[in-house]
Write a protein that binds this ligand. Structure first.
Ligand code: ATP
Ligand code: MG
Length: 933
């Protein structure tokens, strides 16, 4: 797209692609192809420089920041020529190395171009400020454009997914991953905004009516968009890295009808971080909804929930911060409240949602004390319990009793069990987390019911917004789940990219030794999920009442240490957090700490309290727990594959549920054509425009971008159909393909490539296409540019020659004319004083007047003749006019006669004689005319 075409993007244009002038300037910078390099640097990781000398394995480099450094040969990477400056697809780089990728992203980011392709990936760097790149004209600008036709953008990915869905009649998915704060959720929302805009175009009026009549809430597009504020209020929180961090993963599917119009949607969520409900780090905050309610923007809610407006009155939600600068909680409360209405929750349900949220806050204020001389807890005051009882529709005395003396099943009988104060507090925490989580999951289910329109649906586009692979100092079970998910997603990517790729080679008959890039990952995945893998040992341990963290660890070691190369003993290090085992993931080795995994995984609840919940007079609460023991117990048994004996309580372990969901997700994804988006966080301080090299490279390694490039280079990433190749590159050696005789495109391409000077191992011929290794096509393009430049220069030279010859002819003629003029002037100068000549000059004017007299005589004669002719024609005209008057009179008389005859005769007579009379009139008329003539 040139400057004029980029104008459709309005003010966003300069954030998407630099102007032609700027690009030309950048590309014409002087460049030393041999010596320009990136050299390793401890602080900056890589810096640009010029090689001064090479000595054995040592290279001396003058860096761009004015230092001279010596480095080993392997610490030097070549720079790409300026032609590749700020390239939009990094797979096209001639020198594909970490440093080039880093600097390309860095230079683009410095110019606020946040989206870049890297082969199949779209990489985006969080700008930390709003750029105009999501304006409505940008949506319109990307509509219907192929990926290579427009600058990289999340809208381009979305539009392509939409086009592929319509063309290939296949489901699509957009997988957005990255570290916390990298921009996954922002991009997910953009994708949804894009579909809501384009798919609704055309029939929004109709849909509005339909939807209004059906549900009296917003349209489907509105509802899809509105699901976000509600889910974010309950599922997002401020963390150290992100003020609006999603503490759950989600997969949103948007279904389309046959004609490509939006038909319905559904949302699947993964692993809500419920521990946040009862605990926050000092720089963090709990879920937004708590603080939204306490703003008192809706006093009736605060009053109904029996709350104060001071978050510090509620210990569960005030362990860290209580306000976030970038978030206006009052405004957000209104948005949440509005979203609840638009999404079609009933008034009862809405009150239920608020009541449960309020009850969770109150839970933290329940106090218990130890009974004298006993290990037994007893309530210390009942006011809070009364409030909770009111909000949750329970009897507060029953609640307190159930907490202090839960009934447990031993064999076939129930017995009452004593509780220490700590045990009661633990139970309260677990219950609060459970209520909040169940409320969240129920809201998702309700939203799905609402978005399920029953309109015919055909294909879907799914958007996955899920935490990316991360390595922390302290990694627990949740991190294992997230890293495992990413391992699976990476395997999915590898499979998609390389298995399909290699299938294509096979189909095209290319000699190729099959490399299974997914296999490296398979070992790690199997270690985690297969029978006797980490999850299955964990789940098994959860079934043994006597199991402890140590017994779990020992089992892991017995089973895997030394037998599986992905399972290692953690290497001790100074200042490192305690760890129990290490896993070698595709993106790095992670040390995991297994403390408390058994408990986390079992996630036990005080079942006596749950029993009270089930009988609650608040319908919503009773509903949340209605299927508690029955379904949970059953699916756990199924999931763990061995639960012959039903354990009565919630025995679907967290990991089993997670695996079940993950498998569902993977099955879903396998039915789709995937598109991959990788979000990068540029710095830890949320500063717009600064990029920390180490941080970026770490993420590129973790999210598979570099891995993708590595594998990409092994294969033949570029390919062109023979006919296209012949047409485009024939110019490189036109004589190899003789004109005028038929030669098929494949042969022609073979001949052509054979005849030019390139590395002949860098390409292969398939049945229909020619395949190139990374970089060769760039070289061919360069050669073509040179050749075209040569040809065009020659054509220009010939045109100029032709024009010059025409000009030259004119110049010669002008010169000849000058000679003639000079000759005449000279002759005149010679004769002008000659007496005869003077005489001639005098006579010449007289000659002219003699001629005038003759002309006058001629004119007079002509005048006479014309006058005579005029008189004659006048006389004739008068005569004719008189005749005309007579004729007119006669005609009038005749008309009068006819009328009088008509009036006087009777109607019958007239009818009979009508024709006769007419005839007589006509005859009479004819007769008169004859007479006159
Ligand atoms: N494209 C963008 N333009 C402007 N600001 C952005 C963009 N992407 C991200 N941000 C900023 O970064 C913040 C964090 O982004 P986001 O919430 O999408 O991160 P995330 O990857 O979803 O993180 P988490 O895993 O914690 O949910 C946003 O609130 C926004 O301020
Ligand atoms: Mg997020």
């Amino acid at each position: 797209m040139g400057d004029s075409e980029m104008a459709v993007f309005g003010e966003a244009a300069s954030y998407l692609r630099k102007s032609e002038k700027e690009r030309l300037e950048a590309q014409n910078k002087p460049f030393d192809a041999k010596n320009s390099c990136f050299v390793h640097d401890d602080k900056e990781l890589y810096v640009k420089g010029l090689i001064v000398s090479r000595d054995g394995g040592k290279v001396t480099v003058n860096t761009d920041d004015g230092r001279t450094v010596t480095a080993k040969e392997e610490q030097i990477n070549p720079q790409n020529p300026p032609k590749f400056d700020k390239i939009e697809d990094m797979a096209m780089l001639t020198h594909l190395n970490e440093a080039s990728v880093l600097y390309n992203l860095k230079e683009r980011y410095a110019a606020w171009m946040i989206y870049t392709y890297s082969g199949l990936f779209c990489v985006t760097v969080n700008p930390y400020k709003w750029l105009p790149v999501y304006n409505p004209e940008v949506v319109a600008g990307y509509r219907g454009k192929k990926r290579q036709e427009a600058p990289p953008h999340i809208f381009s990915i979305s539009d392509n997914a939409y086009q592929f869905m319509l063309q290939d009649r296949e489901n699509q998915s957009i997988l957005i991953t990255g570290e916390s704060g990298a921009g996954k959720t922002v991009n997910t929302k953009r994708v949804i905004q894009y579909f809501a805009t384009i798919a609704a175009i055309g029939d929004s009026g109709k849909k509005k009516e339909q939807s209004n009549s059906m549900k009296s809430q917003g349209t489907l597009e509105d509802q899809i968009i509105q699901a976000n504020p509600l889910l974010e209020a309950f599922g997002n929180a401020k963390t150290v890295r992100n003020d609006n961090s999603s503490r759950f993963g989600k997969f949103i599917r948007i279904h389309f009808g046959t004609t490509g119009k939006l038909s319905s949607a559904d949302i699947e969520t993964y692993l809500l971080e419920k521990s946040r409900v009862t605990f926050q780090l000092s720089a963090e905050r709990s879920y937004h909804i708590f603080y939204q309610i306490l703003t008192n923007k809706k006093p009736d809610v605060v009053e109904m929930l029996l709350l104060t407006t001071n978050p510090y009155d509620y210990s569960f939600i005030s362990q860290g911060e209580i306000a976030v600068k970038s978030i206006d909680d009052e405004e957000e409360l209104m948005a949440t409240d509005n979203a609840i209405d638009i999404l079609g929750f009933s008034q009862d349900e809405k009150i239920g949602i608020y009541k449960m949220t309020g009850a969770v806050m109150h839970h933290g204020n329940m106090r218990f004390k130890q009974k004298q001389r006993e290990e037994q807890a007893e309530p210390d005051g009942t006011e809070v319990a009364d409030k909770i009882g009111y909000l949750m529709g329970l009897n507060s005395a029953d609640l307190l009793k159930a907490l202090c003396y839960p009934r447990v099943k031993v064999g076939n009988e129930f017995v009452t069990k004593g509780q220490t104060v700590q045990q009661v507090y633990n139970a309260i925490g677990a219950l609060s987390k459970s209520v909040f989580e169940k409320l969240f999951l129920w809201m998702v289910t309700r939203i799905n019911q609402q978005l399920d329109t029953k309109q015919p649906r055909q294909y879907f586009i799914g958007v996955l917004d899920i935490a990316g692979f991360e390595i922390f100092d302290y990694n627990s079970l949740e991190q294992l789940c997230i890293n495992f998910t990413n391992e699976k997603l990476q395997q999915f990517f590898n499979h998609h990219m390389f298995v399909l790729e290699q299938e294509e080679y096979k189909k095209e008959g290319i000699e190729w030794e099959f490399i299974d890039f997914g296999m490296d990952l398979a070992a790690c995945i199997e270690l985690i999920e297969k029978p006797m893998g980490i999850f299955s040992i964990l789940e098994e341990e959860c079934m043994f009442p006597k199991a402890t963290d140590t017994s779990f660890k020992n089992k892991l070691y017995d089973q895997h240490l030394g037998k599986c190369k992905n399972f290692e003993k953690p290497k001790p290090g100074k200042g490192k957090a305690e760890a129990h085992f290490s896993l070698v993931h595709y993106a790095g080795t992670v040390d995991y700490n297994i403390s408390g995994w058994l408990d986390k995984n079992k996630d036990p609840l005080n079942e006596t309290v749950v029993g009270l919940y089930q009988k609650s007079s608040v319908k919503l609460l009773a509903f949340l727990y209605s299927s508690y023991s029955a379904t949970d117990g059953k699916s756990a048994a199924e999931a763990s594959g061995k639960g012959k004996k039903k354990k009565g309580s919630s025995f679907q372990t967290v990991s089993a549920l997670f695996r079940e969901n993950l498998n569902k997700l993977m099955t879903n994804l396998r039915s789709t054509h995937p598109h991959f988006v990788r979000c990068l966080i540029p710095n830890e301080t949320k500063t717009p425009g600064t990029m920390e090299n180490h941080l970026i490279i770490h993420q590129l390694r973790c999210n598979g971008v570099l891995e993708g490039i590595r594998i990409c280079r092994k294969g033949f990433p570029s390919r062109i159909l023979y006919a296209d190749f012949k047409q485009r590159y024939k110019v490189l050696n036109a004589s190899a393909i003789p004109d005028g005789q038929f030669i098929d495109s494949k042969k022609a391409s073979e001949k052509l490539l054979g005849s030019i000077d390139v590395d002949h191992t860098q390409y292969k011929f398939g049945h229909t296409k020619v395949f190139f290794k990374a970089g060769l096509l760039g070289t061919l393009e360069e050669m073509r540019d040179d050749k075209l430049a040569q040809l065009i220069t020659r054509t220009q030279a010939q045109c100029r020659g032709f024009l010059m010859r025409v000009e030259f002819k004119k110049m010669v003629e002008r010169r000849d004319a000058i000679f003639i003029i000079q000759y005449n002037v000279r002759s005149f100068m010679n004769v002008k004083h000659w007496p005869w000549m003077k005489l001639y000059f005098k006579i010449k004017p007289l000659l002219k007047s003699a001629e005038t007299e003759k002309e006058m005589a001629n004119m007079k004669e002509e005048f006479e003749k014309t006058k005579e002719a005029l008189t004659k024609s006048d006389a004739r005209r008068k005569e004719l006019e008189e005749k005309m008057v007579v004729l007119l009179q006669e005609k009038n008389d005749l008309l009068l006669q006819v009328q009088s005859v008509r009036v006087s005769s009777k109607q019958a007579y007239f009818t009979r004689n009508y024709f006769k009379c007419n005839i007589s009139i006509v005859q009479n008329f004819q007769f008169n005319r004859k007479e006159r003539a």
